[in-house]
Design a protein around this ligand. Structure first.
Ligand code: ADP
Length: 987
């Protein structure tokens, strides 16, 4: 098909590829390339990129123009698209038979002006870092006036647009101006300046402002005010490193992601974007991590490339109801410049790369992210959420770096496309838990005792990966740990203990005999519960004194410590309160649902009804369960994803509190009949929710197993069932699930979720393949999964931070389970120490089928251990060791063990440093094994000798389908020759 034809047929797709990001950059870059190649003349170029016309109209104009120019122009266009949007692969639209066709078109560059034209694309990228300098040189040489400079540096333009304007201006000034630009760029390239040298000169007022901002950020971040409610703990004393991970990257890259890595280039997926997202579950430590970053910046210990850092809390931005400009947002919400506001703001506009904005808790913003309402003028006033969204997507203040934190559920595709990268915050590592406990307890003996009992109770240890739970467990260690039989297992258990703990520490009243702690503090729980519940239903997390009064919260209720004063520079004059943590607010909301007589059915319906119908209902049912005295306006909007998550957390607590085990707790506090009714209602909803999931499973493709890919709510339902701790409900929920494969990849499954999964899945009727790839299961999670291993025939745990210790425990269990036949552990933290366990498994189990250990740290020693097991095994069909380091020695050991194997079908030793010695040994498997079909040896260092040996062996075997040998030590002539000799070799 001709390029011209493709341009018409695939017009809509092409337009989308160029414009759907909302940024004009792609289209402008394509136009630059066509201009440089002489495909577009100046007039064409200006007719295409008309300022003020919509992006799509400009793109349409370009396509129309190219169509009229003919098929060659269209071909060049597709090639330019291919370069500008490699991820879309221009070749998908059109692939040319004459890929080098354009080269001859580049015009010779005799003069400097011509060079500006033909080198336009690369000049634009080089100019972006030094526009100030080039303008300076042009002014100095008398080519540019200050009005010219202003025209170039209009703040509404992105750095690349400024570079384009500069080139266009220079063109109109003639040859000598063009040579000034070229000379400047050449000098720049010759002496690459350090960032330090490139810094602009700072005025006295700017420096004063910088200090003022820094000291107010420092004052805000030095203490952990949520700590223990009333006491303030220095952040330095308690801060413990958390785990930050890039999605889909190997454990090595993530070893220690420091603050610089977060703002730096590591893991960047979208070069055009300036926003980094740090996502993590509630309580995983996002706010504290950000607080630590702020503190480090104020001390000059991190992110020093940024001269100004403006911290925002989305929770607090909710209370800003005025329309603001960016300048007002920065100055009024963070730090007010005493003088020269305009000068300071201009500095920010001129040097966006020196400014960092942080937004904590995007999920708590009342509005969901949307990129529909665009503004790009920094002086334009708009509602704060609109400013925030435009800052995030870069249409406002392009180049300013932003870090946003959020819970993962609140991050939709609309936001994702504006992110330069996403980093997952996964709470404490196992050693982080130990470190935190040691910091928390000043007495080392006490810390040791706490750790000892924590390690003896893995369900509780699993909970401690979440920093907020680790804090509660440490705080209440006396009540929680070492209490034997009835030790806490669920999150609800832990929150009930912290409630009791706080009350006991603040109660002056002596409780009467037989009066429970709840009875004694019922009034406080009801007041706080009401406040929390109304807040959750209304996305309100900060409460004014009036809010408190409306819900009857008294001074003595506040003193208990669940509410803390909200600190915000902009709200300095009005006292506001918030709950210690959002999860605490959810817990109180849940208490309120159980305790209040009127918050029955409608509230439970609201919390548990399936999400699809949730949208269609407004908050009327919620309002129905609030007392009429409540004057607070309830939002009519659909719940945002952040809100939904809070409803889900609340629902999880409601399930836990309605558990049979807590029936006694409600005696004399609420009607038992009512509580019983609510419990039944919740059990019904959970069962209904599960059934809905199962019904949505598509019928299997013929010959394949029925497979279910869990929707996000599946894990939540499982957690609710676990909180109830009633096996009857778990059994009932699982009785109707009939699948062969259960897929829970990328579902944020950590140890806590593993405990819940095992609790519920153990009731499955027939064995499944359990796929948990790309989660954070870890060793503790593996241990939590053990109770359901008997219903697993295969377990997929790729990329889950598992070490040899986790494997030891797993194999200990599955060695006795005959149905367990496959395991995949690609990209974990396994070393040679785990191979002895696998070896034992292979020796013991003669029906084990598949072992995949790719991308770990296994060397020749590990391979030898495996070989010991393989010698005695006659069932293994798939063995994957991709990306380890077994070398020739390891390959020889494996070859010896497998050379007469009648079961091995597929063997992968890709990327293992295997040379010809190894290849010669492996030839023996080809020669003798009657079962082998595929041998993968890509990315090794096999030379001609090795391949020749493989070819010889293949002569004796016609069962082998392919031997993969791409990227070994062979010349192209050798490759060609060998390919001729044996067509089953794949190079
Ligand atoms: P998130 O913002 O993810 O909901 P927070 O950052 O508010 O979670 O953390 C909740 C609580 O957990 C904090 O109040 C603190 O007690 C504890 N915490 C979180 N991160 C850390 C950390 N890195 N070091 C010590 N304690 C932490």
């Amino acid at each position: 098909m001709l390029a011209q034809e493709v341009l018409v047929r695939r017009r809509a797709e092409i337009l989308n590829a160029l414009c759907s990001s909302g940024s004009a950059e792609h289209l402008e870059r394509v136009a630059d390339m066509l201009l440089a190649q002489g495909e577009l003349g100046w007039e064409d170029y200006q007719n295409v990129l008309v300022p003020g016309r919509t992006l799509y109209s400009n793109a349409r104009q370009l396509l129309d123009l190219l169509y009229t120019k003919g098929t060659d122009s269209c071909e060049l266009f597709f090639r330019a698209v291919e370069q500008v949007l490699p991820e879309v692969q221009g070749a998908v639209f059109y692939s040319s038979e004459n890929p080098s066709g354009s080269d001859g078109r580049v015009k010779p560059q005799g003069t400097s002006t011509e060079a500006l034209l033909t080198r336009r694309p690369s000049l634009i990228s080089k100019l972006q870092g030094c526009i100030d300098g080039v303008l300076g040189a042009l002014v100095e040489s008398g080519h540019f006036s200050s009005t010219d400079c202003d025209g170039v540096q209009l703040p509404i333009h992105t750095p690349s647009q400024q570079a384009r304007r500069l080139l266009d201006h220079v063109r109109s000034k003639g040859e000598s101006a063009a040579s000034v630009v070229l000379q400047y760029i050449q000098q720049e390239q010759e002496c690459v300046l350090t960032p330090e040298q490139r810094r602009p000169t700072l005025t006295k007022e700017f420096v004063k402002y910088q200090k003022k901002l820094s000291s107010s950020v420092s004052a805000q971040s030095r203490f952990l005010s949520t700590y223990g409610g009333t006491s303030h703990m220095p952040l330095d004393d308690i801060y413990t490193d958390v785990q930050l991970e890039l999605p889909n990257s190997s454990a090595d890259i993530n070893k220690s992601m420091g603050f610089e890595d977060i703002v730096g280039p590591v893991g960047t997926l979208n070069e055009d974007a300036d926003t980094v997202l740090v996502s993590g579950e509630a309580g995983s430590g996002k706010s504290i991590w950000l607080q630590r970053l702020h503190l480090h910046w104020t001390r000059g210990a991190a992110v020093q490339d940024f001269l100004l850092l403006f911290p925002f809390s989305c929770r607090r931005l909710n209370s800003e109801h005025r329309d603001l400009s960016v300048q007002e947002l920065l100055f009024q919400h963070c730090c007010w410049p005493d003088r020269e506001q305009e000068e300071i703001f201009q500095f920010i506009l001129d040097h966006p790369h020196l400014v960092l904005l942080t937004f904590d808790g995007l999920d708590e913003l009342k509005q969901s992210f949307s990129d529909e309402h665009r503004i790009c003028c920094p002086n334009q006033r708009a509602p704060v959420h609109v400013l925030l969204f435009n800052l995030i997507q870069g249409s406002l203040m392009k180049g300013v770096r932003k870090i946003v934190t959020s819970r993962p559920e609140a991050v939709g595709p609309a936001l994702k496309k504006h992110l330069s990268k996403e980093v997952h915050l996964k709470g404490f590592s196992p050693s982080g838990i130990d470190c935190f406990v040691r910091k928390h307890h000043s007495d080392p003996n006490e810390a040791a005792k706490v750790l000892e009992s924590l390690h003896a109770d893995t369900a509780l240890l699993g909970l401690c990966h979440s920093p907020v739970l680790c804090w509660i467990v440490s705080q209440c260690h006396k009540e929680l740990l070492g209490c034997g039989e009835g030790s806490p297992q669920t999150v609800t258990d832990v929150y009930l203990v912290i409630l009791q703990h706080f009350f006991q520490h603040h109660n002056t009243l002596k409780s009467g005999i037989g009066v429970s702690w709840l009875q004694q503090n019922l009034e406080t729980v009801l007041h706080l519960g009401k406040l929390a519940f109304e807040g959750i239903s209304n996305s309100n997390y900060i409460f004014s004194v009036t809010d408190l009064e409306t819900c009857g919260v008294t001074e003595s209720d506040i003193c208990i410590g669940f509410l803390i004063q909200s600190k915000d520079m902009s709200l300095a004059h009005s006292i506001c309160y918030e709950f210690l943590h959002i999860t605490m607010q959810c817990f109180f909301a849940a208490m309120s649902v159980i305790l209040s007589s009127n918050a029955g059915r409608p509230a439970i319906l609201k919390l548990f009804e399936p999400q699809e119908t949730k949208k269609s209902l407004n908050n009327a049912c919620f309002r129905g369960c609030l007392s009429s005295s409540n004057t607070q306006q309830i939002s009519e909007e659909h719940p945002t994803t952040g809100e939904k998550t809070n409803l889900q957390i609340t629902a999880t607590f409601v399930s836990g509190l309605l558990s049979q085990r807590y029936q006694k707790l409600w005696l004399h506090c609420s009607s038992s009949v009512l509580v019983e009714k609510k419990a039944k209602q919740v059990a019904r909803y959970l069962s209904k929710g599960m059934q809905q999931h199962f019904r949505s499973i598509p019928q299997p493709v013929q010959g394949e197993k029925k497979s279910m890919h869990a929707m996000p709510e599946f894990v939540w339902l499982i957690k609710c069932i676990y909180e109830m701790q009633e096996s009857r409900i778990a059994k009932d929920a699982m009785s109707k699930l009939e699948v062969g494969h259960l897929k829970l990849t990328y579902c944020n499954i950590g140890p806590v979720e593993c405990t819940a999964l095992a609790y519920v899945l153990q009731h499955l009727k027939s064995p499944v393949g359990l796929q948990l790839d790309n989660n954070s299961v870890g060793d503790v999670g593996v241990e939590q999964l053990l109770p359901c291993m008997h219903i697993c025939n295969s377990l997929y745990l790729r990329n889950n931070n598992i070490t040899d210790e986790g494997i030891r425990k797993l194999i200990d269990k599955v060695i006795h389970l005959d149905s367990f036949q496959k395991i995949a552990l690609f990209n974990n933290r396994l070393t040679d120490a785990c191979t002895q366990h696998f070896s034992y498994l292979l020796k013991t189990r003669q029906n084990f089928l598949s072992l995949r250990l790719g991308n770990n740290n296994i060397t020749a020693e590990g391979a030898k251990q495996l070989a010991e097991g393989l010698k005695c095994n006659n069932s293994l069909q798939y063995l994957g060791l991709w990306g380890n380091r077994i070398g020739d020695e390891g390959a020889e050991a494996l070859a010896k063990a497998l050379q007469n194997s009648k079961s091995i079908v597929w063997l992968s030793l890709v990327g293992n440093g295997v040379g010809s010695t190894g290849a010669c040994a492996l030839s023996n498997i080809i020669r003798n094994s009657p079962s082998l079909e595929d041998l993968w040896l890509t990315e090794n260092c096999i030379t001609r000798t090795g391949v020749e040996s493989l070819i010889q062996a293949l002569k004796h075997n016609d069962r082998v389908k392919s031997v993969w040998l791409k990227n070994n030590d062979l010349s192209s002539a050798e490759v060609e020759e060998m390919q001729q000799m044996e067509s089953r070799l794949v190079f």
